[in-house]
Ligand binder design. Sequence first.
Ligand SMILES: [Fe+2]
Length: 235
Amino acid sequence: MIFITGDTHGHIDYSKLNTSNWPEQRSLTKEDFLIIAGDVAMRWYDAGPDGSLAGEDRDLIDWYNNKSFTTLFIDGNHENHNALNSYPVTMWNGGKVHQIADSVYHLMRGQVFTIDGSTFFTMGGAASTDRYNRVEGKSWWPGEMPSESELMEGIDNLTRYGMNVDYVITHCCGKSLFPLLFGYNLDSDTLTSYFDHLEFDYKLQFKHWYFGHYHKDRTIDNRYTCLYRAIERII
Ligand SMILES: [Fe+2]
């Protein structure tokens, strides 16, 4: 089984994954997956000079690793991207990952994974709207936005799959969804424009697109789901 949810924000919003709120996890095993669509903040603090993790990060990683299921996450804009990028890059189910713990994986940007026979395109990152009250290197990291090469890698990998995947997992969404999601337009950026570019210029085909970031639970046109508190079963 594969489930998906939205932002967990370190210790702030992870309680939605408690057994009391999500009892289905009792029957899951490490062969089952929970995907978190960004803003996981699994790593928030820099490691010490000896490589040791801050207690808060260690506890959070252990908490996920001790769950019944395997945790997969993309990055959002509330992450220590430097810390995530300090893990070795390995291949897992067809795409690049950072393995954070035995059963916790960061699904890197621009990858296509095949999990239980379904394909998943992943592209984390987003622009922070609260940048003004965050401090670079302490609570905000410039790596929140994908680089040109990560965006190109996404197009290359999707091209290998004929621009056709089962699921798209991102943190923010294409800018064309803003009026449907909010009733008005928001400023677009490189990434929200890129997603529209994939869909309307490259004609990306997909069954369902899941994203987080906007702290809402809403499905649009039966094809796009914005997730926050909801935990939905994909497969
Ligand atoms: Fe968030």
